[in-house]
Design a protein around this ligand. Structure first.
Ligand code: OGA
Ligand code: NI
Length: 347
């Protein structure tokens, strides 16, 4: 049966089987029975209390280790109030429950639009669709974008703006810590980003009748600098470690931080941008809200000079983030990381 709905939110409840355009070839399915469940400690949980005080050195060490070995860590005592977290989760839920006609007002399949509701990943370039709808928003500087955000639910602009400002504060604190952990000046990374940019997505993964045939998001690395992910209590995120997919168990009121491609470049491969994916399930809808902290499009990104030496020559050439970002969206989410296209030959 041909897909007759633009958005998956409206299609999913009407089907008892996954439509053919969502079905992955057999060699590219999630193989859910072969996934390991993460036990405590798989993704380091770092307590940020005291980061600006007596515990700074110790916390920075933990962050540095996690960036090098894991590419992923979780944070608690991050300073974002619990009330704000539940408000934003509630808002996202409310948005995807709006009537179809109301949601469709924000629809666009053009990845260059700075505010848009869309589905899958990039419907213009991909062969197989993903089991996801998403509202994607540019959010820094706020005053450039807030006026184009959806005006329904009525509190969306105000609540999300407040959230973006708080998350930006957390991102900058983390970037300072990461700079220091690499032995760079505290403001090195922030300065490398030009005017900086911040994007966010509200991801909505509806229940799926055959989760073994499709992905919410297939394996990918994030193209940006660091990602700060808020998720509800439904598991779905999986991280690749030593060739094995590991399911992340959500911990309430924590954020998952992952290193993106630009951080791997700036650190000259000391930090790892790790493959991850989102799988879906039969029973429960799932919401995740990533914030992507980014360089501005005209910022020139390359390995930090301080991290280049005879033993570790520059692994990447310099490029603008705009160039990188365009490649990312146009080639579709592929398991080979976009980074390979920017390596110095022979490195
Ligand atoms: C992403 C992503 C994971 C999730 O949006 O880049 O990896 O759990 N999301 O939704
Ligand atoms: Ni991602």
């Amino acid at each position: 049966m041909a897909t007759t709905k633009v958005l998956l939110t409206d299609l999913a409840p009407t089907v008892s089987h996954v439509p053919s355009n969502y079905i992955r070839p057999i060699s590219d399915r999630p193989n859910l029975s072969d996934v390991q469940i993460s036990d405590q400690g798989f993704i380091p949980l770092i307590d940020l209390r005291g980061l600006e005080g007596p515990n700074r050195e110790d916390i920075i060490k933990q962050i540095g280790q996690a960036c090098q070995h894991d590419g992923f860590f979780q944070v608690k005592n991050h300073g974002i109030p619990m009330t704000m977290i539940s408000k934003i989760m509630g808002l996202a839920r409310e948005f995807f429950r709006l009537p179809e006609s109301e949601r469709l007002k924000n629809y666009s399949d053009d990845p260059s639009k700075t505010t848009r509701l869309s589905t899958s990943f990039n419907v213009k370039t991909e062969k197989v669709s993903n089991w996801r709808d998403f509202l994607r928003l540019h959010c820094y500087p706020l005053e450039d974008y807030v006026h184009e955000w959806p005006s329904n639910p009525p509190s969306l602009r105000e609540d999300l703006a407040e959230y973006c400002t708080s998350i930006r504060g957390l991102a900058l604190r983390l970037l300072e810590a990461i700079s220091e952990s690499l032995g760079l000046q505290r403001d090195y990374i922030e300065k490398a980003l030009g005017k900086q940019a911040q994007h966010m997505a509200l991801n909505y993964y509806p229940p799926c009748p055959q989760p073994e045939l499709t992905y919410g998001l297939p394996g990918h690395t994030d193209p940006n600098l660091i990602t700060i992910l808020l998720q509800d209590d439904v598991p779905g995120l999986q991280v690749l470690r030593n060739g094995k997919w590991i399911a992340v168990n959500p911990i309430p009121n924590t954020f998952i931080i992952n290193i993106g491609d630009q951080m791997q470049v700036i650190s000259n491969d000391q930090h790892k941008s790790v493959l991850h994916r989102a799988v879906v399930n039969c029973n429960k809808e799932r919401i995740s809200i990533p914030t992507f902290y980014c360089p501005s499009p005209d910022a020139v990104i390359g390995p930090a000079k301080e991290l280049i030496n005879d033993d570790q020559p520059a692994v990447y050439r310099n490029f603008t983030y705009g160039e990188y970002y365009e490649k990312f969206w146009n080639r579709g989410l592929a398991t080979e990381c976009c980074l390979d296209m920017f390596r110095v030959s022979g490195a």
